[in-house]
Design a protein around this ligand. Structure first.
Ligand code: GLP
Length: 244
C-alpha cells in the first residue's frame, strides 16, 4: 500500500500490532513480535507507546525478538540496537524484560554458532513469530541479510556490505568505526513469520523497492524472497513507491 503520509501509515501499522496483542491476550496467549531497528519503524514505536499510555495497551503478554545487532557491540553503546529499542519502545511500556530477545553483540566468537542456534530455538519455543516488522537497506537487505543471503539462511554472523557501512557512517561518526560484521536472523527465519510488514519511506528507498517488488527472487536482492511469502504488507510513502 502506498500512503501519502508515513505518520498515518505508521499509526495504522501500530493499530494492527495492538489488535494482535489484544486478541492474543484475550486468548491467554503470548503475542510474538519480530522487531526492527533503523529510522523506518520509529513512528510505529512512538504510536505503540502512545497506545500504552492513553489506551492502556498492555505488553505483558508480548514476547519480542529483534532481527539483528552489530558485532561486536556492547549493549550500552550509543549505536547498539539494545539501546535503540529501549529508547524508542521498551523503556516506555510494560513488556517483561525476560520476554525481550535481541541478538547479543557481546558473545565470544567461538560461541556465536551456539548462540544463533539458541536464538532460533527460543523463537520456536514460543510458537514462532506472529508479526515481523521489517525495514529495507539500500542493498536489498532485510535484517542484515546482505546480497548473497539465500532463502533458507538462518540466524548467523554476516559481513556487512560496503553500502550498508556507508549508510551507517553518520551514526558511528565515520565509516571506519562501523563494525564489519553483524548478527542477523536469516531470510529463512524471517519467512517463517506468519505476517510480515515491511516499511519504507523516502526517495532513497525507491530504487530498492522497485527491485524487491519487480525483480526475480534472487540472492542478489534478498528482500525479493518476500515475494514467496503468503502474507506480506509493503507499506510505503509516495516517494518510496515512486518507481513502481
Ligand atoms: C539497518 C537495519 C535494518 C534496517 C535498515 C534500514 O541496516 N539492520 O534492519 O532495515 O538499516 O534502515 P532505515 O530504516 O534507517 O532506513
Amino acid at each position: 500500500a502506498i500512503h501519502p503520509d508515513s505518520e498515518v501509515a505508521s499509526a495504522a501499522v501500530a493499530r494492527t500490532i495492538a489488535d494482535l496483542i489484544r486478541t492474543r491476550a484475550a486468548e491467554g496467549r503470548p503475542a510474538v513480535l519480530g522487531l526492527a531497528t533503523g529510522s523506518s519503524p520509529t513512528r510505529v514505536y512512538e504510536e505503540l507507546v502512545r497506545l500504552h499510555r492513553e489506551e492502556g495497551l498492555s505488553f505483558q503478554n508480548v514476547v519480542s525478538f529483534n532481527l539483528d545487532e552489530y558485532f561486536p557491540m556492547a549493549p550500552d553503546s550509543l549505536q547498539s540496537y539494545v539501546r535503540f529499542m529501549r529508547e524508542y519502545l521498551f523503556d516506555h511500556i510494560d513488556i517483561r524484560p525476560e520476554n525481550i530477545y535481541i541478538p547479543d553483540g557481546t558473545v565470544p566468537p567461538e560461541k556465536v554458532a551456539e548462540f544463533c542456534r539458541a536464538y532460533e530455538a527460543q523463537i520456536q519455543a514460543v510458537g514462532g513469530i506472529d508479526l515481523q516488522l521489517l525495514g529495507i537497506g539500500r542493498t536489498g537487505h532485510i535484517g542484515f541479510n546482505e546480497p548473497g543471503s539465500g532463502p533458507r539462511s538462518r540466524t548467523r554472523l554476516i559481513t556487512l556490505d560496503h553500502i550498508t557501512r556507508t549508510d551507517a557512517a553518520a551514526d558511528f561518526y565515520g565509516e571506519e568505526n562501523v563494525p564489519r560484521r553483524a548478527l542477523t536472523m536469516g531470510v529463512g527465519t524471517i519467512l517463517e513469520a506468519r505476517h510480515i510488514v515491511l516499511l519504507a519511506w523516502g526517495e532513497g528507498k525507491a530504487a530498492v523497492i522497485k527491485r524487491m517488488v519487480e525483480g526475480e527472487p534472487s540472492d542478489s536482492v534478498p528482500a525479493t524472497y518476500l515475494q514467496q511469502h503468503p502474507r506480506v504488507d509493503v507499506v510505503l510513502d509516495e516517494a518510496a513507491g515512486a518507481e513502481l
